[in-house]
Design a protein. Structure first.
Length: 139
């Protein structure tokens, strides 16, 4: 098994090209449109928008076919708010779900899951969980 609580490392291994954990973090208000304008449409990106001792939140943009590897979190639940695009979630015990803009997805700790952007345009999701959550991958 492979463990990581380093957000940058996890995102890089999931194919995210541009990772910014400082520019938008902990502002009282973050405009998703401003974030999209800053990072553009050319590549996958992720930016942290909240980080405190209780929870963290990261905006992630990926293209169809991109997503993350099968993993689970032993130390926290995780949820996502779908802001753009179509996504496919594999959730252990529930199978594959298709989700779209304005859906909220919850995965309980110790539940394997895999996320993939689908459709014909990029997707953006807001990931929310405990700060520095442990990602556990089976090699």
């Amino acid at each position: 098994m492979n463990h990581s609580d380093d957000v940058s490392e996890v995102l890089k291994k999931d194919g995210v090209d541009l990772i910014d954990l400082k520019t938008f973090v902990n502002k009282s208000c973050v405009s998703v449109d401003e974030v999209v304008e800053k990072y553009g449409d050319e590549s996958a990106w992720a930016t942290r928008v909240v980080y405190n001792d209780r929870f963290g939140a990261v905006l992630i943009k990926q293209f169809p076919g991109e997503g993350n590897r099968l993993h689970y979190h032993s130390d926290a639940d995780e949820c996502w708010v779908i802001l753009e695009g179509e996504w496919e979630w594999y959730i252990e015990g529930e199978g594959t779900k298709k989700v779209k803009k304005n859906d909220i997805v919850l995965v309980k700790k110790n539940t394997k899951h895999k996320i993939t952007c689908r459709g014909d345009k990029p997707g953006i999701r807001l990931a929310i969980t405990k700060p520095d959550v442990d990602h556990i991958y089976e090699d």
